[in-house]
Design a protein around this ligand. Sequence first.
Ligand SMILES: [Zn+2]
Ligand SMILES: [Zn+2]
Length: 372
Amino acid sequence: MADKRDYYEVLGVDKTAGDKELKNSFRSLARKYHPDRSDDPDAENKFKEIQEAYAVLSDPEKRQTYDRFGHNPPGGSPFGGFGGGSFNINLEDILGGDFFSSFFGGGSRRSRNRGNDVIVRFSVNLESVYQGTSEELEIELPTSCEDCDGTGAEDGDIISCSNCGGQGKIRVRQQVGPFVQDVIRDCPNCSGMGQIIKTKCKTCGGSGQQVKETKLRFNVPKGAETGTRLRMRGKGEPALRGRGENGDLFIELEVEQHMWFERSGADLIMSLPLQYSELVLGTTIKLPHIDGSELKIVVPKMTNSGETIEIRGKGLPRTRGSGRGDVVVLVKLQMPDKISKSELKQLQAERVALSDDEIQEIIKSDAEERRQ
Ligand SMILES: [Zn+2]
Ligand SMILES: [Zn+2]
């Protein structure tokens, strides 16, 4: 048997805690780990642990025994805990009516019956992101069936569920380990809707939904990135049987790759391969820029391969702050694809052999320059 945690530790209270403190702590933990509510994968075990600790500590006699002997009292477990007895904790009393009433058409019913969100992916090019654009898109989206108003029933032919009396929920007495507790479940007869469709709508077959061609208009914000989501409230899937609010529609942007620019935040980075003669003599390169203007890259003479040239304010709009990023050009030496025999001879004739010391000196000064 695995080591059991101390009951006081489970409830996060000290050994001197009074009834009220125990109850408060149990209440907040039970709300957190109630298996109907919690997303924690281990919620059921945690919930059982909390219940057991509370069942023992809230009973003065059991608490006294536990304080003296811990989990292993002489003569077996008098707690009824994992020893085999049964605790009947009335969760509704302790957790309060509101915890359960939210299952019964209180405030959260609407959100439980909310339609699903829909995500639509949309590609834009870098040009659109540079300026920001308005877009229009026609796609098929689930909408509420017009013939039955989303109810799924022909001519409103719906009856109240007799199994749950129209509540949609039923109370079930359940044995959880050694404990008995009342739990509220969706009625299996009506799937929690409280109503049953007698005659299904012919248009939607009872689903209450119809797929319809829908026109969406939206703006691509300046500087948007891949993964940017635009939310259109209430444009998602309708709620089940039209009883609740629609989900939201998200347009997730994907920014297409540019022919030569890479993005780094608001900066646009490109590499520019040049021949040896252009690096030595200097040159000016003109490229069409994404805003439609001409991007002029001035390469000074004696530029080294690996140096960068920044063109300020020609990048993308900054999403935070104002202004634009820069274009950063990384200059590279482009080796020729082939070389003729006469050129090779000429190079060999011009070649000046350097000593080891001279090579080390060049490496050293290059490293120092980069460090600055
Ligand atoms: Zn029912
Ligand atoms: Zn219909």
